[in-house]
Structure formats: structure tokens, C-alpha cells
Ligand binder design. Structure first.
Ligand SMILES: C[S@@+](CC[C@H](N)C(=O)[O-])C[C@H]1O[C@@H](n2cnc3c(N)ncnc32)[C@H](O)[C@@H]1O
Length: 281
């Protein structure tokens, strides 16, 4: 049962929720998002035994409301993603960036470090892992590590599992499925799981991009922060790019979504292509 659709989310309650979400995550909820927010929260109210959005706002404001804010952001965030989304980025990485990075670390013990900073359910992290796994087949000495993070705990559970519906695992080369995934049997039929040999390279963390300090190492060679900046306003984007630049190694690359160029914001990066940037060496 849901709370009836005619229970309204008032302007006041929506304003309160939008402010709270912005304060915590910098996600902007414009007035056009009011019915989306009402829809996404309806089930949560029911689970909590509340029948008015105002009661939910009161809970969020109360001393017990701290953890509930995380659930709110979890419900509000848009998590759409898929394997090898915006494939030109992965081609550029495999063709151009990884060979240079590998040359730079050959003979040292330094791993290549990659971070997917809005990883959602993990398809982006494992797409990178497949690219690295393929690349390292002819360079068995190469050590590499991927950090995958997101603000949504719900998505991070899926990211850690690395289990996906078979029909959603669409890869640029058909043999990669056999090589990097294991097929589910019994209850798991129709699902594929990323093999442990790739998963062991991927560490999953909860990270709010605007929190103080990040639980990942500085000196990243590659950061993917794609299709999340569209939800932030320009000052937040500027702040985020500044902080991500600090996390890059000199010569490291930042990838943003194709619709998220850094035009109009101040930054210290050099454009390599419209959505790929590098920190000066
Ligand atoms: C549309 S998905 C993008 C997934 C993937 N990067 C891609 O391009 O396919 C956006 C992700 O950003 C996350 N997100 C939104 N605000 C965030 C914040 N302040 N800190 C960390 N992650 C955030 C959401 O939870 C969501 O999973």
C-alpha cells in the first residue's frame, strides 16, 4: 500500500526538502522536480508509518533525523548508468592514455590509480576494470587499482556485488563476457557476475563529493566524474573541479560527461577533448 497519491507535497515541505538536499549533496531540485520528489518519497513515508510529508520534514529536523537525510538523498539521486557509456572515453584511455601511463610506471612498483567518483551501481567502474584487465594481459607486470564511490548506499551495495542482468551487459567485444564475467546458475540464472580477478582491483567507498577530505589516495592518474555535475550549480561545479584537480597526479586526466564541459567555470586544467581534461605535468 502507498500513501494515497492525493496527499500533497506542499510548497513549504518541498522547499524544506530541496534546501536540505542541496546543503548536503549540492544536488539542485528545481520546482519542476516537485512531483518526482513526492513520488519517490511516498513509499519511504509508508515504511516509516508517516502519512504526511510535513511529518517527514519534522523527522529530518529532529535529533534522530541524521541518518534519514542519507536515505532522502539516496531516494532523490538519479542513478542511471550502463556499461561502456560514452564509449569514446574508453577508446581514448585504451589507445592513448594507458600506454603512456604504463611507460611512466614500468620498472617501478607504483600502481596506476583510477577513481570513478560517481560510480552508481558500478557499471562504469567495471568497464574501466575490463579496459585495464585487457590492457594488462600483455603487460602482466602492471599493477592497477580502481576506487569506486558514490553518495548512494543503495547503489554501492550493487556496485560491491557486481551482479548484472545478462541483457544489460553489452560490451564492445563479445569475447569479453566469457573472459570477465561468470554466468549465474539456479536462482541467479539470467545474471552475470564480474569475475573476482577483476573485482579484487576495485575498492568501493561511500563518498559525498563535497565532504571534507576523500578516503581515496591523492595522485590519481585518471578520475571519471561523469554525468553528475549536471545536477550541481556552477559554483558547486567549480568547487568540485578544483578539489578533483588537487586529487590528480600531475599529467593525470579528468573525464566528465559529454554534456558537462567545463566551459563557464574557472579551472586549472587543459582540455584534451571537449569532456577530457589534464592537469599540467
Ligand atoms: C547519473 S549517475 C552517473 C553514473 C556514471 N558516472 C555514469 O556516467 O554512467 C549520477 C550518480 O551521482 C551520484 N551523486 C549525486 N550527488 C553526489 C554527491 N554529492 N556525491 C557523490 N555522488 C553523488 C548519484 O548517487 C548517482 O549515482
Amino acid at each position: 500500500m502507498l500513501i494515497p497519491p492525493d496527499v500533497p507535497l506542499s510548497e513549504r515541505a518541498f522547499g524544506f526538502l530541496a534546501n536540505l538536499v542541496y546543503e548536503r549533496s549540492r544536488i539542485r531540485l528545481g520546482p519542476d522536480r516537485q512531483s518526482l520528489v513526492a513520488g519517490r518519497l511516498r513509499q519511504r513515508l509508508l515504511a516509516l508509518g508517516l502519512d504526511r510529508y510535513e511529518d517527514y520534514c519534522a523527522l529530518l529536523e529532529s535529533p534522530q533525523g541524521g541518518d534519514e537525510v542519507d536515505s532522502l538523498i539516496d531516494l532523490i539521486s538519479t542513478n542511471h548508468t550502463h556499461f561502456f557509456r560514452e564509449p569514446a572515453h574508453f577508446d581514448l584511455l585504451a589507445r592513448d592514455i594507458l600506454p603512456r601511463l604504463a611507460e611512466g610506471v614500468q620498472g617501478s612498483l607504483r600502481p596506476l590509480r583510477l577513481w570513478t567518483a560517481a560510480a552508481s551501481s558500478g557499471e562504469e567502474a567495471y568497464s574501466l576494470a575490463i579496459v585495464l584487465g585487457e590492457f594488462a594481459r600483455t603487460r602482466p607486470w602492471l599493477s592497477w587499482h580502481i576506487d569506486a564511490s558514490d553518495i548512494s548506499q543503495r547503489m554501492l551495495v550493487r556496485c560491491r556485488q557486481g551482479i548484472y542482468e545478462e541483457e544489460k551487459v553489452v560490451l564492445p567485444a563479445s569475447e569479453w563476457r566469457e573472459r570477465w564475467f561468470q554466468r549465474g546458475i539456479g536462482e541467479r540464472e539470467g545474471y552475470l557476475r564480474v569475475k573476482a580477478e577483476l573485482r579484487r582491483h576495485v575498492a568501493v567507498h561511500w563518498v559525498n563529493l563535497f565532504q571534507e577530505g576523500y578516503p581515496v589516495a591523492a595522485g590519481q592518474d585518471v578520475i571519471f566524474c561523469r554525468n553528475v555535475m549536471i545536477y550541481f550549480d556552477a559554483p558547486s561545479r567549480e568547487l568540485l573541479v578544483e578539489r578533483l584537480t588537487d586529487m590528480l597526479a600531475p599529467g593525470g586526466h579528468l573525464f566528465v560527461g559529454h554534456s558537462e564541459s567545463l566551459i563557464g567555470i574557472r579551472h586549472r586544467l587543459v582540455a584534451v577533448s571537449p569532456s577530457v581534461y589534464t592537469r599540467r605535468a
